[in-house]
Design a protein around this ligand. Sequence first.
Ligand code: 2IT
Length: 452
Amino acid sequence: MKTSDTNAICKQFIEMVEQRSPGQPEFIQAVSEVAQFLVPFVEENPQYKKANILERIVEADRIIIFRVPWIDDQGNYRVNRGYRVQMNNAIGPYKGGLRFHPSVNLGILKFLAFEQVFKNSLTTLPMGGGKGGSNFDPQGKSDGEVMRFCQSFMTELCRHIGPDLDVPAGDIGVGAREIGYLFGQYKRIRNEFTGVLTGKGLAYGGSLIRPEATGYGVIYFTEEMLKGINTSLKGKTVAISGFGNVSWGVVLKATELGAKVVTISGPDGYIYDKEGISGEKIDYLLEMRASGNNRAEMYREKFPNAEFHKGKRPWEQKVDIAIPSATQNELDEEDARKLVANGVICVAEAANMPSTLDAIKVFLNAKVLFAPGKAANAGGVATSGLEMSQNAIHLNWSREQVDNRLKEIMIGIHTQCSRYGKETDEYINYVKGANIAGFVKVADAMLAEGHV
Ligand code: 2IT
């Protein structure tokens, strides 16, 4: 089929999705990224076309929206909105994080749940895709307020989840503390101790390596990409954004493998540390996060040799590798152009959809190694899958066992992406590879399970 024909089909498809999901630009963006590769693929594979898999896969199985009432420390009656998007369970129970952030709305959670379907499929573990959360902002809230909010949230959510049904975890704004409170309330109401959440503390069913897993996985994947062009992380300079859990894991492993990480960022601007972020500076990221102040500038206050660039993004620095690790759409076309002009060789998305569609185009056209989040950051949910396995057999694996499996999974994802993404000039289009490889397993399961 001619490219112009598939372009027209793709356009029509996106228009249909837009009509059904008005006011959800992030969801449309995520669908568009996938559709540009899947529409031609489905045209070439009529079994998927006949079963209308594309139209079915963009429609969530179920969306739960609920009121979350809680009382703040001053005794005020407060209300937030809670969500769980159960996107697709063709290959396993719904699996995906919970995000607590004021920007949370249905469109954002649908984009995240949609991405999760493909990502979870790539891990090779039996996990469907889901995502949830609330517009609740944990910033500036006391421990007691966070606990009461989590309890109220779970009082409703507990009817809709279960270890073989839907297994949430953390995401932005939901870390070990929140997972603990959510788990406690689930256990109390349902009167059962099961692996219904992942990212749990080690004392009550959590897995070793889960806190580091997303960042470690990104670096294992990056190392594989670099191996393909006969180089490695050793001696490379790296720019990352954010300073949360994912960024922390990225810095730890990148530094261990001999790279020099020179930036982190927050909503207030970014830090450039020419000496590199290593040793006690990495530990300080944990303190910054625990302080509840969402300010990158704290780093400069502690380490005065570093520069703070107020209101700017780290992508203006000259680096070999860029790893956006904060949030969606934090790297736009102009940022991508700057990185390319400065000679970047590799960009790996540690956050979900941090690059805009136009930014991705710039990277692919420049033949930069570019790993989309659904491939590069899948180590987090993969290790959640390993936590589920350990819970199911009532055993705990060692650090080394979990880390080795994580590494194998990331190498496996790289192999799958290469299989479907290699172009005639040997350049690997990881976006194409990840989307097709992730799709095939889910689509085959949907074919086998009938029109349900
Ligand atoms: O975006 C993600 O993959 C996550 N937030 C982790 C989800 C999980 O279930 O561990």
